[in-house]
Each structure stands twice: as structure tokens, then as C-alpha cells.
Design a protein. Structure first.
Length: 247
């Protein structure tokens, strides 16, 4: 039933793309814009402070006060990845677009998000050997029909000409949704939920972990810790948006 539903959604999206092409409209509000390739969002959306710009933590990429280099959380808690980069802040139009991708099959937006993520990676001179999408449990993937992080990883791989190691880390334990949990609860919720399938493959290689949203960094850091224990060379992280962590 889900397969047939997804097929109908794909047909509908293809038909709408022919009549209303997405590559000439703002990815958030669908306002017509003149130069989509240069900037795929309109000035009104940009002015609503959706860009993750300004002074940011050198580790987790969250916006911080000018003059600071590290956020309070990274100063007090160790990260198992070298650096994270996110082009947007998880608010307003960005939040709506990501939820639309996760729950309503809005896959048409993936290539544009991936392109913007790659721009940030290149700006930071981040290089890596393999891309790893944050895995979802098989029940979640079947319900949704896809893993949005895998879709993003595949597009980043095309742009940066890097291979995807999508089965290197798997999620075998079904956990609660992270969005309603606090910092401590998120860490505990993920304990023992991921496993590495090939330790020998990891040694001496660098990896890019791809997710849709980063809040506490619990999920990506759990994956990074697994790679570090297997003696990876370096681990980096990218996501569409950074959700500011509230104390």
C-alpha cells in the first residue's frame, strides 16, 4: 500500500513540475526569483534570519556571540567529530520545508539543500573519503518510504564525487523521537541503538556524516563516536539546519 501511495505521489510531483517548475521559485515560499542557481530563496525569506551566518561555534556551528569561538555546550562536553556545518537555522520557513521533506515526500527540495550544504563544506575546506547518512530504523524507513538523510547523502556524493557508505552504520534499535526530549534524555535514548558493520573498513579513513537537522548533536556524535572507536582518521558532520540548543 505504501509503495503504491509513494508511486502516486511521484507521478503527481512530476506532473506539477512540468506545469510549475520548482527551479525558478523560492524553495521556501515559492515566490518567483530571477537567479535560482545563484540563490534559491527570495529576499523576504532571507531577511527572516534563516541563514546560519555570523559568528558560530567552531565545532557544532551554532550561532554564538561575537568574540567567542566555542559555544557553552561544546566547551563543557566533548565532541567526537571535528566540525559540523549547516547552511540554515531550523526556524520558520526552513523548519516547514524540512518537515515537508520528512513527512510529505517533498524530495524535489533535496538537490537544492544538498548543493547549499556542499557550498558550506567547500567554504570550510572540509575533505573526506566517504559519506555516511544517519541511519533510521527499518520500521521508520518503511513507514516513510525513504531515509531523508540518505537522499541528501546521495546528492552530496554526486556533487562532490565521493562514495556513500550507507550500510556502514545501521540502527537496529527503535528509539523514541528525539524532538520531545531534553539534552540528557537524547543521549540516553540513543544508547546501544547503532552498530558498525565493518570495523576494518573504517581504520585510517575520514567520513562525512549527513543528517537533516542538528540540535544537541546527540545522533551525529553517537555515529562519530562509533567511527572514532574504530580508529577513523577524521569525522565531519553536515545537516540542512542547526537548531539552537536551549539550556
Amino acid at each position: 500500500m505504501n509503495k503504491f501511495k509513494n508511486f502516486l505521489i511521484k507521478v503527481k510531483d512530476k506532473f506539477l513540475d512540468l506545469i510549475f517548475p520548482n527551479d525558478i521559485k523560492c524553495i521556501f515560499c515559492e515566490t518567483d526569483i530571477l537567479d535560482f542557481d545563484k540563490k534559491p530563496y527570495c529576499e523576504k525569506c532571507e531577511k527572516s534570519h534563516i541563514l546560519n551566518d555570523g559568528n558560530r561555534c567552531m565545532f557544532c556551528d551554532v550561532q554564538i556571540l561575537d568574540g567567542n569561538k566555542v559555544c557553552d555546550f561544546c566547551a563543557s562536553t566533548h565532541k567526537d567529530f571535528e566540525k559540523a556545518v549547516c547552511p540554515f537555522v531550523y526556524k520558520n520557513q526552513v523548519r516547514s520545508a524540512i518537515l515537508n521533506l520528512k513527512e510529505n515526500n517533498a524530495r524535489w527540495i533535496v538537490p537544492t539543500f544538498a548543493k547549499l550544504m556542499c557550498q558550506r563544506l567547500k567554504e570550510e575546506n572540509i575533505d573526506f573519503d566517504y559519506i555516511i547518512p544517519v541511519p533510521v530504523h527499518e520500521k521508520t524507513r518503511k513507514r516513510r518510504g525513504y531515509n531523508q538523510s540518505k537522499l541528501l547523502a546521495d546528492e552530496i556524493a554526486k556533487i562532490m564525487n565521493k562514495p556513500v557508505a550507507d550500510d556502514l552504520i545501521i540502527k537496529f534499535k527503535l528509539t523514541k523521537s528525539q524532538k520531545e526530549l531534553n539534552y540528557t534524555e537524547r543521549q540516553k535514548n540513543l544508547e546501544g541503538s547503532f552498530t558498525l558493520t565493518d570495523k576494518n573498513f573504517v581504520k585510517g579513513k575520514s567520513f562525512l556524516i549527513v543528517d537533516d537537522v542538528i540540535t544537541t548533536c546527540a545522533t551525529v556524535n553517537t555515529c562519530a563516536k562509533i567511527l572514532k572507536k574504530a580508529k577513523s582518521k577524521a569525522v565531519y558532520v553536515t545537516a540542512i539546519a542547526r537548531n539552537p540548543l536551549k539550556k
